[in-house]
Write a protein that binds this ligand. Structure first.
Ligand code: HXC
Length: 257
């Protein structure tokens, strides 16, 4: 049983994981990151989990790396930090991951939210990379994912000043796709999760994979990857079912093959 997370069994294909270290505003301790990576790997293996929603508390999605732990690590400790491996495992999750963010998403908390494929934020959410105030820089992908998400000027401003942005600004710059009342953030994320969970699983999986590639490769290579995935799906039972259901004017029954 994880101590720093609550993992609910999937409902309608959607599993809800809640970070639970209220005494430290969900600061990302090694234990928490390890438990989260483990929970996602379990979700990866379970066919009944189609989508994961990740959330924190109303006050904090996560207030960053655990600064008390960090203070005990010197250069070698940082070089050999086991959390690096946990971050890689989290980044490798192949099913759709939706972050439902309320309150603080700072430092590693903002970086964790950016590991999600879709971000939904409560009106009171605050996103920031305050590492510069500690004499360090983001270390879990913040410099790379933030720039790709919001563009150079906004990313530079956030990382160099350490100042957080509110939910409205986060939506304006494309970091989050929707803003809700804080009490509805998780429900809205679950609702989006259920919509995705009802789609053809192979198409969802390839769509995520191909979209993420768009951040890394040039246009010609990206179009090539898209084409290959598109052709691959033409051989699936679900594609035939989708087209047949359209002609027969009925909802499709996808089976994941
Ligand atoms: C450990 C933390 C913490 C953190 C908060 N707490 N953030 N503990 N690591 N990152 C603890 C506090 O020490 C306190 O416990 C309790 O949570 C409540 O926090 P308060 O500060 O009393 O709450 P509040 O006044 O409401 O202020 C909230 C806050 C502030 C603005 C979010 O806590 C804050 O600035 N936290 C640090 C944010 C930060 O710098 N994050 C980036 C970390 S660097 P006690 O027991 O003391 O009362 C990073 C790098 C990532 O993330 C690199 C990845 C590899």
């Amino acid at each position: 049983m994880p101590r720093t997370l609550n993992v609910l069994p999937p409902e309608k294909g959607v599993c809800l994981i809640t970070l639970q270290r209220p005494e430290a505003l969900n600061a990302l301790s090694t234990e928490l990151l390890g438990e989260l990576a483990q929970a996602l790997e379990t979700a990866e293996r379970e066919p009944e989990v189609r989508v994961v929603v990740l959330t924190g508390s109303r006050k904090a999605f996560a207030a960053g790396a655990d600064l008390k732990e960090m203070a005990e690590r010197d250069l070698i400790g940082t070089l050999e930090d086991p959390r690096v491996r946990h971050w890689q495992r989290i980044a490798g999750f192949s099913k759709p991951l939706i972050a439902a963010v309320n309150g603080f998403a700072l430092g590693g908390g903002c970086e964790l939210a950016m590991h999600a494929d879709i971000l939904i934020a409560g009106r009171d959410a605050r996103f920031g990379q305050p590492e510069i105030d500690l004499g360090i820089i983001p270390g879990a992908g913040g410099t790379q994912r933030l720039l790709r998400a919001v563009g150079k000027s906004q990313a530079m401003q956030m990382v160099l000043t350490g100042e957080a942005i509110d939910a409205r600004q986060a939506q304006r710059v494309g970091l989050v796709s929707e803003i809700t009342q804080p009490e509805l953030t998780v429900e809205r994320a679950l609702e989006i999760g259920r919509l995705i969970a009802a789609k053809a699983p192979l198409a969802v999986r390839l769509a995520k994979e191909v979209l993420l590639k768009a951040q890394d490769v040039d246009l010609a290579s990206g179009l090539n990857i898209e084409r290959q995935a598109f052709v691959m799906l033409a051989g699936t039972a679900d594609r035939n079912e989708g087209l047949r259901a359209f002609q027969e004017k009925r909802p499709p029954r996808f089976v994941g093959r």
